[in-house]
Write a protein of this length. Sequence first.
Length: 296
Amino acid sequence: MLRIGAHMSVAGGVSKAVDRAIVHGCEALQIFTKNASQWLGKPLDPADIKAFRARIDRGGIRPVVSHASYLINLATTFGTLRQQSIAAFIDELDRAEALGLMGVVIHPGTCTAGSEEEGLRLIADAIRQALKARPGRRTLILLEHTAGQGRTLGHRFEHLAAIIGHLRGSARVGICLDTCHLVASGYDIVSELGYRETFDAFDRIVGIGRLKVFHGNDSKKPCGSRVDRHEHIGRGCLGEEPFRRLLHDRRFGGLPLLIETEKSKGYDKAGAIVADPLDMMNLETLRRLRGDSAVR
């Protein structure tokens, strides 16, 4: 079955995210390796890297991924922003490699000019530059399917397939699917028929083998809204049933399902390693839907 986990804060150092994951009973983990709203991050502390890797091994948490900065736009036509984005993306890959992460989740990009096809080629070219700059690395690049707001790319499976095609099917490129984004972008995974048709289409267009990560989020907005607003599991437009289907879908066994739902206000003041009530609520809902005996 899917491995249930969450995005956890790295406040106090990246190794503290592992402690938070363990407190919440996470089986998988997502982190930021630096402030997601800043271009530059301070170098990772070698001692913290060592502690992070040791705690991950001890806790049996796998896989672990990072999420790239929201500032990065690999589809931009603006020269300065493009070079800044590629440099920041390479830095994200370096940080993930140092920590031994499976991959870096990144939003493909937003068109600033030109057609969708031109934007997709720009994204692929930026990834090609990053791969060339860091040959022989193991960290995967995980393109996140988007909700489709504005001129963002990646909200159709065809977009993801086109990027991979431009990269000649590079084995370093995988996919992250977000349940909220799927519904928001118009893929009906709520009904049983829609769920089946959505993943049949994904397999046909992209390939199930490319799928490496799920983000598990309910949606405040309905199917086709193209608005990215996460809601607590079972309390939005998806409800519980799509998550139950995912958790029992044999095709996805072993993949992580990582929540990115709203956290409680001020639960970890002063960097305390304590369980967030809202995170626990969402994680326990997923465990119940998976059939874990301890939460039935």
